[in-house]
Every structure is written in C-alpha cells, then in structure tokens.
Design a protein around this ligand. Structure first.
Ligand SMILES: [Mg+2]
Length: 357
C-alpha cells in the first residue's frame, strides 16, 4: 500500500488534475480584495495530495518524473552540492511545517518526530542552522525544543538567536550584528513590532467571524494571523474567504497571502523569508562572503522569497519539498519530510568527514 504525501489522511483522494497542479507565476501578484479572487487562490494554493511511492516518487508518475528534470532531487544531486560547497561555510535554513513535520489536519498537531529533532540538532552542531516559519517563534520553539538554533518566526519578522531567549526591540536593522559571529550570542530582530496590537485586534475579530464555520481555525502568530481551512468542507471555502475579506476591509495596512490550506494576514511591510535569510547571513558576518553556501529547504509559496534570494545571489541552493510538480525558484527538490531527514543526515555526515580532513 502506498503512502500519502503531505500528511494527508484522505485515503480516497484522487490525484490532482494538471490544472490543479499549476502554480501561479512568481512573484505572486497582489491578491484582489474580493472573495472570488481569493477563492481561486485558495484552490490553487491547496493542491490535493497525490499518492506517491516514497523513496521513488517518480517511478509511476511521468509528470513528476519530467518535473524532476527541471528540479532534480537534492539526494541525487548531493555530490554536486557537496563539490560546490567544499571548503565553504554552509548555513542551513529550514521551513517547519511540511518540511520538518508532516502537514496534518490540526495545525497544533504538527509534531516533529524525535528522530527528526535529533537530526536537526546534529546539523546545528556542525553548521549554523535556522528555522524560518510562518508561525510565531514561541510556537515553533514549542515544537522543535532545540536551543542550538536560530528561529525566524512570523515569516522572519521575529528573529531570535541560539539559546532560545526572547526580547523586544522596536527597530530595526540597527540591531544587525554585522561582522559578529559569536554563536552563542542571542540576536533579536523584530521588523514589525508596531503591528502587534493591530494583529491582536484582527485575531479577535476573525475568531468571532469564523465561529460558525465548521473546521475553520484562527491562529495568532504574533505578526501574522493564520486562518486555517484544511478541515473546512470545500463548499464552505467561499464563506471563509468572505469572512476574512470582511474583516480585512478595515485594515489597509494588512494584506493577505496564501499558504497551503491557510490564509495568512500580514502587515504591509517590505519583509519576507528572503529578507530574513539576508538578515541572518549578515548577522553571521557572511553577507558579502564568497565563501558561504546557504541551503534553504521549504515547501511553501512563502519560501519562494528565500529561494529567489539564493538564486539571484548565485550563492546557494533552494530545495523545494513537494510531491506534486510546481513552478519554483528553488534549484533542487525533495519529495517529503522523510527525504528532508535523509538529506540532512547526509549533509551532517559530509560535514563530519570534512572536519576530519
Ligand atoms: Mg511549510
């Protein structure tokens, strides 16, 4: 019996049609502020999970096989990645949901396995490692529980350094620790702290609005409110879109972005996961270095900003985690979190061997 990618538990799901698998071009256009436009994006952002044979995903799927010609498996390309990174400082950026944990129906249950935690901890011992998530730093830390990492929560708007301490500064790039490289020093950055009261307000309003929609869930991620509809019957998706639209009308400084079966309300500021990657590289004193190999692994549309930064800088590699073909700024692909774990193990082994030389 085959496994289901993306943590889907829907045993009767059909494979997506070619139309469903199409992703919109990047960068994403601003979302139209009406429910029908959103509904279309909700469908595009939430492809039905496709049955794959884990370990050899393309074996029975010619479309996926063709796609991996454009985005080769990072496992198959491992030697090439290593050859490029030889002697360089490798920095690892990891998305959380769908990358380190399976996508699950209940967001609070997106638990990382102990095995994955150990692999990530091991990675952090060998190379600077950051988790960049749409969730708040606190929530990601609750799941990951590792003090050795950098955490960039709320799409990178809230950054803390190793040791897991938190703090608050209103601004800004002035706290960039250019040139600083003390691994154990906590560095803090909050790009949008002025928005926190507004986000709290919108969170309260959305809770009220969606109260009657079966399966809908609103989550406060400090700098971002997430409206999850993965448990909502598709016939009710227009109501979710309409309710969110109704609330957002009064907040022109907030905008909407689409994740997989989640609407995310964020401040209108020039900040994203790509900026967070740049900030962290700068904090590590590696922003202008030719001797660095940043690797970013993620599965979301919001990860595309980071893939784009690495592609444009020609410094590093984006790796898209996906079991369905989709357009991306990533260079390589991995099929699911279990392959991410295999890749990280291999990366650590390579670093261990390199240290012995
Ligand atoms: Mg994700």
């Amino acid at each position: 019996m085959g496994s289901y990618a993306n943590g889907s538990t829907c045993a009767n799901e059909d494979p997506p049609s070619a139309e469903e698998m199409k992703e919109p071009a990047f960068p994403p256009k601003p979302m139209p502020l009406h429910a029908n436009g959103w509904l279309n994006d909700m469908k595009i952002s939430s492809p039905t999970a496709v049955r794959v044979n884990i370990g050899n995903p393309g074996a029975f799927d010619p479309i996926y096989r063709a796609w991996t010609k454009k985005y080769p498996s990072a496992m198959n390309a491992f030697e090439k990645i290593v050859a490029y990174g030889k002697g360089k400082k490798t920095v690892l950026f990891l998305d959380y949901d769908g990358t380190l944990s399976p996508i699950v129906d209940e967001p609070d249950n997106a638990i990382m396995s102990d095995q994955m935690r150990e692999v990530v901890r091991n990675a952090a011992l060998h190379l600077p490692t950051a988790i960049i998530s749409g969730r708040s730093c606190d929530k990601v830390f609750d799941f990951v529980k590792l003090t050795e990492l950098y955490y960039a929560g709320s799409h990178g708007m809230d950054i803390i350094g190793p040791m897991g301490k938190t703090g608050s500064v209103t601004d800004n790039r002035s706290c960039t620790n250019s040139g600083a490289k003390q691994d154990k020093e906590v560095k803090i950055f909050q790009a949008a702290s002025e928005f926190i009261p507004m986000i709290d307000e919108v969170f309260g309003l959305l809770i009220e609005k969606i109260r009657g929609i079966d399966g809908a869930k609103v989550e406060n991620n400090k700098f971002c409110v997430s409206v999850h509809y993965r448990n909502v019957n598709e016939k009710d998706w227009p109501i979710v879109a309409q309710c969110t639209d109704d609330v957002l009308k009064a907040y022109p400084r907030l905008r909407l972005s689409h994740g997989r079966k989640v609407l995310e309300v964020r401040p209108v500021i020039d900040w994203n996961k790509g900026k967070a990657v740049e900030f962290l590289l700068d904090s590590l004193g590696l922003a202008d270095s030719d001797n660095v190999l940043p690797i970013y692994i993620g599965d979301d549309r919001t990860d595309e900003d980071a893939f784009k930064v690495l592609r444009e800088d020609k410094q590093g590699f984006g790796i898209l985690v996906s079991s369905v073909p989709k357009e991306s700024h990533a260079v390589y692909s991995l099929v699911d979190p279990s392959e991410v774990m295999d890749f990280l193990k291999r990366l650590v082994k390579w670093k261990e061997e390199e240290a012995l030389k």
